[in-house]
Design a protein around this ligand. Sequence first.
Ligand SMILES: Nc1ncnc2c1ncn2[C@@H]1O[C@H](COP(=O)(O)OP(=O)(O)OP(=O)(O)O)[C@@H](O)[C@H]1O
Length: 390
Amino acid sequence: MNCFSFLFGRRKSPRKGIPDADDELSSIHNVKLYTYKELRTATEDFIPVNKIGEGGFGCVYKGRLKDGKIAAIKVLSAESKQGVKEFLTEINVISEIKHDNLVELYGCCVEEDHRILVYNYLENNSLAQTLIGGSQSNIYFNWRTRCKVCIGIARGLAFLHEEVRPHIVHRDIKASNILLDKDLTPKISDFGLAKLIPSNVTHVSTRVAGTIGYLAPEYAIRGQLTRKADIYSFGVLLVEIVSGRCNTNTRLPVEEQYLLERTWELYERRELVGLIDTALNGDFDVEEACKFLKIGLLCTQDAPKLRPSMSTVVKMLTGKKDLDDNKITKPGLISDFMDLKVRGDQKKPDTTITSSNASSGSDNLDNSALLSGNTSAGTFNFTTLYDRSI
Ligand SMILES: Nc1ncnc2c1ncn2[C@@H]1O[C@H](COP(=O)(O)OP(=O)(O)OP(=O)(O)O)[C@@H](O)[C@H]1O
């Protein structure tokens, strides 16, 4: 796989910051190329009624392709400079791998200034729009469905982490990146931030990107990226699925606002059952639900090496391996650190954050990482200064 050998900026297209289509096409392999005309026809000229969503990348439309397949057609917006790099990463990472719990890329369109991704259409939106904070959704997630969703996501991640070579770290596991098909099978999507981890290195140092609330502290603060960062994010998501709530909710009483802190507190008081979603109306296996919450805690422990691998998580979730309750240590939280720095108003719950000035792949770093964005805890914009040697 040739994911990160893209060339940018040799010949620019008239659109500022967008590389020439020929340059881009030379870095895209084994992917079906759609013409803009075909995608225009498929979406009836991208009419608003066919628009099914909008993300950081641009708008997503539903459309019928020439071969009759229904597709989700993601159009990179003209303003999205960051998106061009993510566009190529997404194509090169996802096009070469297939798994039941990963979204399927049908192909893409690179024509003049148009950059479009074409996916398998998934009928039931994302976990963020349905189970977690999706008040408009009419899907009921009973306990069995939640188990299936958790295990499916875990299997998809185990595949990326342990079966694909080189291993892939997704870097943005969160509720809005888990899409659901008609049977509520979960599909991990959005590989625009994914990184390959060569087998001979322990971690890569990288610009920090991801979503506040799901970011492992060692990665958020020091830029150290390993598979354990995804495992941390998965742990947060697992607790969200069992509790049916978002990781941060400032409308709740202060002591309940941060889900991981709350989970740890209830775990210590042996009252984890109090966290399980009341929408289940008591119709769940208490022991199993508490076990899932404990696995969430195992995955979010402060020390990355204590977090289990995803294949171990799959075994624990499916009852093929016992978990040692006595071994769970306190979750790593960046909220304490953020409390010192957070200022401003309350906006949207999920925000992608990016740090600048962090060297990539360097052995000796003097990093000054500027993090900025919005959380439900407030808009933040702060600088962390640190020195480290690996
Ligand atoms: N394959 C798909 N099938 C059906 N709907 C999809 C598909 N892909 C995306 N969508 C819809 O489009 C919305 C936007 O998706 P997109 O991946 O662009 O952004 P996001 O993940 O929600 O946000 P961000 O870009 O900030 O991470 C999704 O929430 C979902 O409703």
